[in-house]
Design a binder for this molecule. Structure first.
Ligand SMILES: [Zn+2]
Length: 139
């Protein structure tokens, strides 16, 4: 059976959520390089992330399901500033707070500085934390 590469993920959680949802719909699929990236995340760039492989006969159907899942996600998560659904949960390096941090950051890159995960809006360019998002959604 032939498999085609349909999508790529940077972490195993997103990849497995999509894998499970596709399998629920009867799609024959699996994840390539999942173990490599999960055991050693620094290899993520080298191997090109976790690849979603789908049976070629079901690729068109799987692609339709994938875009439906993405649309669903956009409807569920909205920017707290402009209300756009065009946002992603992204990793952003913390700013160096002193000369030592700047020095370490220069030589070690992202490894030296802890990273923050924030929502980034691609429409109004705003960035905000999960906590702000939770406060906004409280009633
Ligand atoms: Zn926005």
């Amino acid at each position: 059976m032939d498999f085609v590469h349909l999508d790529t993920y940077l972490n195993y959680i997103d990849a497995n959520i999509i894998l499970g949802r596709l399998e629920n719909e009867g799609i024959n699929c699996w994840l390539m390089d999942e173990n490599t990236v999960t055991v050693n995340p620094i290899w993520n760039q080298a191997v090109g992330g976790i690849k979603l492989m789908v049976a070629s006969q079901q690729a068109e159907w799987a692609l339709e399901l994938l875009s439906a899942f993405k649309e669903e996600k956009k409807q569920a998560i909205k920017c707290i500033h402009c209300g756009s659904g065009n946002i992603e949960f992204v990793t952003t390096p913390r700013k160096a707070s002193n000369w030592l941090g700047a020095f370490a950051g220069f030589f070690l890159g992202d490894l030296a500085l802890p990273v923050d995960k924030v929502y980034h809006c691609f429409d109004c360019k705003a960035e905000f934390s999960q906590e702000k998002m939770d406060k906004k959604n409280e009633f």
